[in-house]
Design a protein around this ligand. Structure first.
Ligand code: TMP
Length: 235
């Protein structure tokens, strides 16, 4: 399988064509950004760890009936994925008050929410990824009502599957962000990545953060925390 043209370069990943038209090669970088690109840096070894953690969760989800784009691990930093037409939405699922939710609602960080909640954000660098609701999504013709129902059902199912697995590793799943695409038949498929870059993981006992908040908040020990998450999942 040969690496073709670069089709997309994001903050943390590069996506290449391959010699198979329905497959992409995803390369995980060490680059990290926060605050909509205002804060920039690198987290040594992050690409390798995120490639492995994402593969772990994509396999877990597939085993539990959740269709996703992961096909196989190609190298330390590369995975082969099914080509999707991505939907420009970030779907955030939250179990615990933290981050922008705590700020928006004037809550402390840490308490469990009465029920898991979902938020939509529109992926637009120009607009700064604003929070969207169902009416905004219909207005811009991004997804139908049926698709939103399915996206939310999938997001809650993914939450249940990941929460249960992480509990066995003494990790609390605080919140996370998902991105979906459509395959050639229009079926909704989970894409992007699932890693400490786009999830909040807290040690259940000590509440220590094992995710990108350590970078966002200049807490130190960032690479070590990512490695600890990989070790918890795989050792
Ligand atoms: P937030 O509390 O900053 O809104 O983040 C909620 C979750 O979504 C957190 O796990 C980080 C993730 N996230 C991303 O992966 N990308 C983003 O652009 C944002 C805003 C959040």
């Amino acid at each position: 399988m040969n690496k073709g043209n670069l089709v997309y370069e994001g903050k943390a990943k590069m996506v290449y064509e391959t010699d198979e038209p329905d497959k992409y090669l995803v390369y995980f970088k060490d680059d990290a950004t926060a605050d909509n690109g205002v804060k920039r840096g690198t987290i040594e070894g992050k690409g390798v760890v995120n490639n492995k953690i994402s593969a772990y969760f994509f396999k877990l989800l597939k085993d539990n009936g959740i269709a996703n784009h992961f096909l196989e691990t190609v190298s330390e930093r590369e995975m082969l994925c099914k080509k999707l037409k991505m939907i420009p939405l970030e779907i955030v699922v939250r179990n615990v008050s933290a981050g922008s939710l705590a700020k928006r609602l004037g809550l402390e960080e840490g308490p469990a929410l009465p029920m898991p909640i979902i938020e939509y954000y529109y992926k637009s660098d120009k607009l700064g990824d604003p929070m969207f609701n169902r009416y905004h999504i219909l207005t811009l013709d991004i997804a139908t009502i049926d698709e939103m129902n399915e996206l939310e059902h999938l997001a809650f199912s993914i939450n249940t599957i990941m929460k249960e697995r992480l509990k066995a590793k003494n990790v609390d799943l605080i919140d996370f962000k998902l991105e979906f695409g459509r395959d050639e038949k229009g079926k909704l498929i989970l894409g992007d990545e699932i890693s400490p870059d786009n999830c909040r993981f807290w040690d259940m006992t000590t509440k220590e953060k094992m995710d990108k908040d350590r970078f966002r908040r200049d807490m130190g020990g960032v690479s070590e925390a990512y490695q600890e998450m990989l070790d918890r999942l795989t050792l």
